[in-house]
Design a protein around this ligand. Structure first.
Ligand code: AHG
Ligand code: MN
Ligand code: MN
Length: 346
């Protein structure tokens, strides 16, 4: 029987995440498999959270916990569930010696002192959308530890700087569930096949369009925005560009990554240093976007050059197509060097 017949009758299912990881590991002779295992552990937790997300309306998982997280934000039940699932998967997987989570004040020590990696994570991004069935996500950032193997991780392991990340990515629980990640050699996307319980390679090499006609921001804060941001947005509107804002960073980011566009979370009165967190939102998404040919800025410098001194430090975020970010920062007055933000950059 010839191949074309075989393909007609038995369509190939494609490349699983597992096979992709093994192939990529084989390309690095000194790779010892720990990072591969860490990515598998994250994917496993993502599958479990995906299951909870898909049946949220049928279980007791929607709604608020009636408590706040360390950030003073109302915790949704799924925030807590996702946090538990990812920390448990990383603890049982053995490769991460510590985890920093949006939902935890301090480092979570997994007990894997022999683990060579640490993970910073936003277990559930877009919490306000959980109960209304709108796309949400998980964002993760991986570093090789700087403290000696065998000892407990310290702050230094998490505050190495954005350009020290060895891998970063997100899981988007959307109309389909996708895992998108980079290990510094381009960006690959995998789509989850529920019936097989596997992620399959669907986007082998993602690069963001140089420009685009979409801007994503919460215009409710319009009167808080710096003048250069308002000037940019007014120009977008004069040109008839589209405003698209889901309220889940991962969803807005993913759409702009594939079609071109810019996501803006400027300083506001409520969050004068920006709302989004450096270590588990801005850094991983900045690493990814630069690997995809895009750009991520804070308004006073590249996101990846921010000097983070606190675990839950926030930053303004302008991320997406390079021509759009460039235009935001140059064609209008230069972002004022606000004291509070300047501290973020060396
Ligand atoms: P999280 O749910 O992890 O706290 O993140 C929410 C973030 C981001 O996902 C989203 O783009 C932004 O907050 C929405 O903020 P506003 O509701 O202020 O627009
Ligand atoms: Mn988030
Ligand atoms: Mn979150």
């Amino acid at each position: 029987m010839n191949i074309s017949t075989e393909n007609t009758i038995a369509q190939p299912v494609g490349t699983t995440l597992e096979r992709y990881i093994m192939r990529k590991q084989a390309e690095f002779p000194f790779a010892t498999g720990e990072l591969s295992q860490l990515l598998r552990d994250i994917a496993l937790a993502g599958k479990i959270v995906n299951r909870e997300v898909n049946r949220a309306g049928l279980t007791s998982i929607i709604g608020s916990m009636g408590q706040q997280n360390v950030q003073g934000e109302a915790q949704q039940k799924l925030d807590v569930e996702a946090n538990i699932r990812f920390i448990r998967a990383l603890t049982n997987g053995g490769e991460a010696c510590a985890v920093l989570s949006e939902e935890e004040d301090d480092i979570i020590h997994t007990g894997n002192c022999q683990g060579k990696y640490v993970v910073a994570i936003d277990p559930l991004d877009g919490s306000s959308n959980i109960d209304v069935n709108i796309s949400i996500g998980t964002i993760f950032s991986i570093y090789r530890r700087v403290t000696p193997v065998g000892e407990s991780a310290t702050r230094a392991d998490f505050l190495q700087g954005g350009r020290q990340q060895v891998a970063a990515g997100y899981i988007l629980y959307g109309s389909s569930t996708m895992l998108v990640y980079t290990t510094g050699h381009g960006v690959a996307g995998f789509t989850y096949e529920n019936s097989l319980g596997e992620f399959f390679l669907s986007h082998p090499s993602i690069t963001i369009p140089t420009s685009g006609t979409v801007f994503s921001c919460n215009e409710g804060y319009w009167f808080d925005y710096p003048q250069y941001v308002r000037d940019y947005l007014m120009q977008c509107k004069r040109e008839g560009q589209s405003g698209r804002y889901v309220g889940s960073l991962v969803a807005d980011y993913h759409r702009n990554l594939l079609t071109g566009g810019i996501y803006l979370y400027p300083p506001t009165g409520k969050n004068p240093n920006g709302k989004l967190r450096v270590l588990y939102e801005a850094f991983p998404l900045a690493f990814l976007i630069e690997q995809a040919g895009g750009r991520a800025e804070s308004g006073t410098g590249p996101i990846l050059d921010i000097v983070a001194t606190e675990f839950h430090q926030r930053t303004p975020l302008f991320v997406g197509s390079p021509a759009l970010v460039e235009r935001l920062l140059t064609e209008t007055e230069v972002a004022p060097k606000e004291e509070a933000i300047e501290q973020n950059h060396a």
